[in-house]
Each structure stands twice: as structure tokens, then as C-alpha cells.
Design a protein around this ligand. Structure first.
Ligand code: SF4
Length: 491
């Protein structure tokens, strides 16, 4: 496939639209004044300014079949560049939809955070009806997806109304796992191959926590939520978890903390000793993630635990008294079927966890699949998500955060569902980028947010534990960027 532009404007957005329909197709990008002289499969995109008008044109040819769309825009329209980009994206979408016979329920929304678009339109004074109409007509979004995005926006409105500008969250990265699941794209290092790094890693992490505690105190910021992620935080032994949690307690004023989560993750790493240490350390929210309740699918994805181990870990967390348990599931896993996925949803609902997060497999995580297999999986994924949505709604769960990744099967999404009043503040803040998140540990990325002046800056930690340990002094140096950011805010 050749993707041909008469100029390279909007290349990124338009490339994303092509990938909605042809995710596994590789393409060449060319610059040419016209579609003529180019054989084979092509998408040609042209924007031409003549006087006060802009002429927009899209021509696509796949397997000898042709579709084209064209329109005119006044150069003086508000947000001229954005309007050109959206119109070209719509034309391209319509051509490719006709040629492939496929549609995408999110239309031309290819970004990670669709709810942000709703919030931005709402902040600009548009009514709910106007926003819905725009999502349908301009973004070609289905009513189903508009409804779910609106439901998320409404729950978030409540959560975000309590957010103080002076608060921040702390993300603690434990990038170790006992083995690697085949679909995983996270930075995680097998504990077996990196056991020797853990003592030094934990000692450095505690030092980084103490350094961060002093810095944030100096800046007058209040700790709001704490989140342990990875990897699998429970892949390390209980004394290490205790040491990290103790460092947090000694470094921050914990009286302002409203939520404390440890993502335990895999059931094979969970023991009573570790869960007790987590509870004693102050975390009342824990994640125990089966991904599927089908042993043969677990085995197919290289996730080395059983469904029974998940049930045992869940029962243990309940017995010990965690206030909120989250379970992560994935739709579209290799070898999973619609019936087996439905069974997973029904059995998870019997456990009544306070949070259920339903992810969609992204194709980069299923890189071993060929295009036909990918299409087969994709065709069931939409039905899986529909089933999950209807059963979760029936059971009183509300969607409270939503994000999308590139190349998700059937162009679906990830949604966090919660029983009302049990939504995770951290997940909402990180998704909507409206609170500063300070990350400590390897692979973490700090997100500095100044809502008043609409400033956002990211500071990346070293990616792997080995580099993190090796360059730890430089790691602490990087924290100066946090101070500079907030000092500038005050000026
Ligand atoms: S447990 Fe999670 S982070 Fe670890 S390898 Fe599996 S999917 Fe990746």
C-alpha cells in the first residue's frame, strides 16, 4: 500500500485512519501532486489552497476497486487547520469503509483519550446535545461509543470536582515479574534473571522516595494517592514491600492520602504474608488480575498461574479485609472464544469485585498473529466487549475511565468499571492528565501538571532496573526538573 500526500500535513492523523482499516498492512509514504502514475493499492490525499478556498480530495484504490471523496472549505473558518485535518480524515474513513466493507465504532477518533475531547467541548460551552451531534457527524462515532464516553465523563465530573491543585499522586514502579506473559508490552524483567538486582533496586527506590518526600514537602504539595504498579509488585518478597511502604510512610504526610493501591497482579505471586504486609503498610485497594478464567487460555498466553490460584488469592484478599479489589480482564486473547469470555465475565461478577477493568488486546501484543487470525479474533472482540458492557451495567457497575491504544483488536477500548463510590482516583487522574503524578523507580514517567496555566511536562526515569541502579545519582538529579516546573508556576 502506498500512502501518498501532496504535502505532508496531517500525516500522523491520516496514517492512523488507514491503520484502522488495514492494521497489519505495511505502507510506503510518498509525496506526489496527483494519484496518476501510481499503480497497486494506494490512498492519495490532497489539500490545495486556491484564493479564499481550500479544496480537499481523497482517492483510494484497493485490489482494483476505487473510491473517492472531495469537499471545499473556506480558508477563514475557525480552527482552519483542524477542520482540514478532520475533513480529510472523514473522507479517508468513508473511502476505506466502502472499499473494505468495515467500520470502526469510534469513527475517526484515533487518540488515546476520547473523554478528553468531550470535556474540552463541554468547557468551550457546547451543550451535551451539541457534543453528541458533533461526535456523530464530524467524528463518525457510533451511538454506543458516544453513550459510554458520556457515562465516563459524567462519573469523572464528580471525581474531578474534589481535586485540589496543590495535590499530587505517587507512582511506585516495581518492574519485575516471575515470568513474562506472551502478550505483555510493559517493561518488566523476569525475577529469575534479575534476582541479584532486587536488593540494590529496593534500596535505591527507598532513597528516591525519601528524596522525593523532602522535595514535595519543600514545594508545599500534598500527597493524595499512592499507586504501586509494575511489572508485578508482589513478585518481590514481603520484607522488600515492607521496606518500600515504610519509606513512604516516613517521607510523606500520609494524613492527606485518600487512596492507596498495590497492583498485586498475578495470583502466583500472592501470599498471605505479602497481602498482610500491604494492608499493614496502608494500602486498602489491591488489584488481582486473572485476565481470563479459562485455564487453557492462561496457558496459551504464557501466564503461569491457574484459575484456582486466582480464586484463592481473591478469597485471601477478601478475608484479610481489603476495601476495594480490582480484577483486570482482557477481551480478544489468543484461543479465547466468545462463550469462554462470557463465562469469565459471569464468574467474575459472582465475586462482586468493587472494580473490574476490561481491556482489549492490542495487536502489537499479539504480533505472532497473521492478518486472517487477527481479523477472526477482532470479529469476536466487539461482541465480547458488548457482552461485558451489558452485564456490567445490569450489575450496577459504572464506567469511570476509558482509554484506547494503537492497534486494538476491532478498534475497541479499555474501560475501568466500578461500583458507584469505588472508582479509583489515581486511574482517573492519570488518564485525564489533571493531577501531577510523581513516579519513582525504573520505567516510571513523572507527569507534571499545572492546570491553571495549562502546562504539562513529562520526566522519564531510567527504563530498566540495571540502568536505574547504575546511574542512580543521575536519577536523583532529574528530580530537579520537578522543582523547576513548580518554581516557574509560582512566578
Ligand atoms: S504479569 Fe503483567 S507485567 Fe508481568 S509479564 Fe505478565 S502482563 Fe506483563
Amino acid at each position: 500500500m502506498k500512502l501518498i500526500f501532496n504535502s505532508m500535513d496531517f500525516k500522523y492523523e491520516l496514517e492512523s485512519v488507514v491503520k484502522l482499516f488495514l492494521p497489519a498492512t505495511s505502507f510506503k509514504i510518498l509525496v506526489s501532486p496527483s494519484e496518476e502514475g501510481h499503480d497497486g493499492d494506494i490512498c492519495f490525499i490532497k489539500r490545495e489552497v486556491k484564493g479564499v478556498m481550500t479544496y480537499l480530495y481523497v482517492y483510494c484504490r484497493i485490489d482494483g476497486n476505487v473510491a473517492s471523496e472531495a469537499g471545499i472549505l473556506l480558508n477563514s473558518v475557525d480552527n482552519y487547520k483542524r477542520e482540514c485535518e478532520m475533513a480529510l480524515a472523514r473522507y479517508l474513513y468513508k473511502c476505506l469503509s466502502r472499499l473494505t466493507g468495515e467500520e470502526s465504532e469510534w469513527g475517526i477518533i484515533t487518540g488515546v483519550r476520547p473523554v478528553k475531547q468531550i470535556n474540552a467541548m463541554s468547557a468551550s460551552g457546547m451543550s451535551d446535545d451539541e457534543i453528541r451531534q458533533k461526535l456523530k457527524d464530524d467524528f463518525l462515532c457510533s451511538t454506543k461509543k458516544i453513550n459510554v464516553a458520556f457515562a465516563v465523563a459524567k462519573v469523572q465530573e464528580r471525581i474531578l470536582s474534589d481535586l485540589s491543585d496543590n495535590s499530587f499522586s505517587l507512582y511506585v514502579s516495581i518492574p519485575f515479574c516471575t515470568s513474562r506473559c506472551s502478550y505483555c508490552s510493559f517493561v518488566s524483567q523476569s525475577v529469575e534473571s534479575s534476582l541479584s538486582l532486587i536488593p540494590q533496586y529496593v534500596s535505591n527506590l527507598c532513597a528516591e522516595i525519601r528524596h522525593t518526600g523532602e522535595l514535595m514537602k519543600k514545594l508545599g504539595k500534598k500527597l493524595d494517592t499512592v499507586y504501586f504498579g509494575g511489572g508485578t509488585p508482589t513478585a518481590i518478597d514481603a520484607p522488600y514491600l515492607e521496606a518500600i511502604m515504610q519509606a513512604i510512610e516516613e517521607s510523606f504526610d500520609m494524613s492527606s492520602v485518600r487512596e492507596y493501591t498495590v497492583e498485586a497482579g498475578r495470583a502466583d505471586t500472592i501470599t498471605e504474608r505479602k497481602l498482610s504486609a500491604i494492608l499493614a503498610g496502608g494500602a486498602k485497594r489491591v488489584s488481582i488480575n486473572p485476565q481470563t478464567l479459562n485455564d487453557s487460555v492462561l496457558s496459551a498466553i504464557g501466564r503461569k498461574h491457574t484459575v484456582e490460584q486466582f480464586y484463592d488469592a481473591f478469597a485471601l484478599a477478601r478475608k484479610l479485609g481489603f476495601e476495594v479489589i480490582n480484577t483486570d480482564l482482557i477481551a480478544g486473547l489468543p484461543t479465547d472464544t466468545l462463550d469462554s469470555f462470557k463465562n469469565t465475565i459471569d464468574r467474575i461478577l459472582e465475586l462482586q469485585p468493587e472494580n473490574i477493568t476490561v481491556h482489549t488486546l492490542s495487536i502489537k501484543r499479539a504480533a505472532h498473529l497473521n492478518h486472517t487470525e487477527e481479523k477472526q479474533l477482532g470479529s469476536q472482540t466487539g461482541a465480547m466487549i458488548d457482552y461485558a458492557t451489558s452485564r456490567l451495567v445490569e450489575n450496577g457497575y459504572l464506567p469511570y475511565y476509558l482509554y484506547r491504544q494503537k492497534n486494538m483488536l476491532d478498534n475497541q477500548e479499555n474501560i475501568g468499571w466500578a461500583k458507584p463510590g469505588h472508582e479509583s482516583l489515581y486511574n482517573t487522574y492519570i488518564m485525564e492528565e489533571n493531577q501531577t503524578i510523581i513516579a519513582v523507580g525504573a520505567g516510571g514517567s513523572t507527569k507534571l501538571v499545572d492546570r491553571k496555566n495549562s502546562r504539562l511536562k513529562r520526566v522519564f526515569n531510567y527504563k530498566f532496573p540495571l540502568e536505574y541502579n547504575k546511574h542512580f545519582d543521575l536519577m536523583l538529579e532529574k528530580k530537579k526538573e520537578v522543582e523547576e516546573f513548580f518554581t516557574l508556576e509560582e512566578k
